[in-house]
Write a protein that binds this ligand. Structure first.
Ligand code: IMP
Ligand code: MG
Length: 334
């Protein structure tokens, strides 16, 4: 068994779905596994010209691959049924046969969504994520194996036993991103789960078997939530939001925009041990034509796109484990 891990390096919405889709087209993965979060995620992909948005089911389902919702996830079972129907209506078949849920994942109970909305101070997605993790750590949560009759409806597995087979080649698909991580993000403006690469190990797989760690970011930064993130006096940021169509896939909320935070990106690359970095939405910054980034001291402007890319490359040179940096300028391809 060997596996790759894919994670977001910013505030989610880095284009992870697009890259997972691309990886499935080019690799013979046997499994696609989600290891954190729940229906707060929105992974947008374009498949055969159709736009699809996935929330809880790993993107590999589109390719007919066995998919797993891991122990670090929280699951809304009603929404999961709805998502299965939605995918069936879009021509994806045998989903229930191909979907496996960890027996020890936690369940988002009916009251959690109200509670989330009532108690939110940081701009949550309102999906009941926080109450689910609060109850988990308070040790009063409901796990998948505690839901009566669920084994008749879904494949429930011990993910460690299920995944550790010599023939398996697995992609772990992260949700959210470094800056939303419960430990490394901008606390308290974070989600409640582990969004970094090591979160994948919570599925019960040995770290010796990691091959690649894909880190995904955009060439600028976006954030959805309550803190002020976008500089209101910088008109070019509004142009970015418009050109990049920066609206949330789950809530439809407008994403605040900012220039790339290069020191933070570097830290995210190091902390995750990223081997392959994919920098998305380079077409958008070229449309706007302003090549700015935060270099830790000030806002730095490059004369053109090529200079900006070279500056980013040079800044990441110390990360010796980073094998590849790819600048992606296409909405559907890597
Ligand atoms: P929660 O995960 O719903 O508790 O939201 C916590 C914070 O993370 C809020 O600022 C959300 O907007 C943000 N967030 C959670 N999931 C995503 C995501 O998939 N993409 C972008 N932002 C997210
Ligand atoms: Mg998203």
């Amino acid at each position: 068994m060997i596996f790759d891990i894919l994670v977001g390096l910013q505030h989610g919405d880095e284009g992870k779905g697009k890259v997972v889709h691309h990886l499935f087209k080019n690799n013979k993965y046997t499994h696609c596994v989600r290891f954190n979060g729940g229906p707060n995620a929105g992974h947008t992909i374009y498949h055969d010209g159709n736009k699809l948005v996935l929330h809880q089911i790993p993107v590999g389902i589109i390719w007919g691959t066995d998919c797993v919702i891991g122990p670090g996830c929280v699951v809304n079972l009603k929404k999961l049924e709805e998502e299965i129907l939605y995918l069936q209506e879009n021509g994806i078949s045998d989903i229930k046969e191909k979907l496996f849920i960890a027996h020890n994942a936690h369940v988002i109970l009916d009251g959690y969504i109200d509670e989330d909305n009532r108690t939110d101070t940081i701009g949550s997605t309102g999906e009941g994520i926080k109450p689910a993790y609060v109850n988990k750590y308070e040790k009063i949560g409901t796990r998948i194996d505690g839901v009566p009759g669920l084994r008749n409806k879904f494949n429930v597995v011990d993910t460690s036993t299920f995944l550790n087979k010599s023939e398996n080649y697995i992609l772990f698909e992260g949700a959210q991103g470094y800056m939303l991580d419960i430990d490394w993000g901008d606390y308290p403006y974070v989600t409640s789960s582990h969004c970094l690469s090591y979160g994948a190990l919570s599925c019960g797989v040995p770290m010796q078997n990691i091959d690649k760690i894909y880190g995904i970011c955009k060439i600028y930064d976006t954030y959805v939530g309550k803190k002020t993130f976008q500089n209101p006096d910088d008109d070019a940021l509004q142009e970015l939001a418009k050109a990049g169509n920066e609206f949330g896939a789950t809530t439809g909320r407008r994403r605040q925009c900012s220039w790339l935070d290069l020191p933070k990106l570097k830290q995210a690359v190091v902390t995750n041990g990223v081997t392959n970095l994919i920098i998305n939405k380079c077409d958008i910054i070229r449309i706007v034509g302003k090549y700015r980034l935060h270099d830790g001291k000030s806002l730095r402007s490059s004369g053109n796109y090529e200079d900006m890319c070279s500056f980013i490359r040079d800044s990441l040179r110390e990360c010796h484990f980073l094998r590849e940096i790819l600048f992606s300028s296409s909405p559907n391809e890597v």
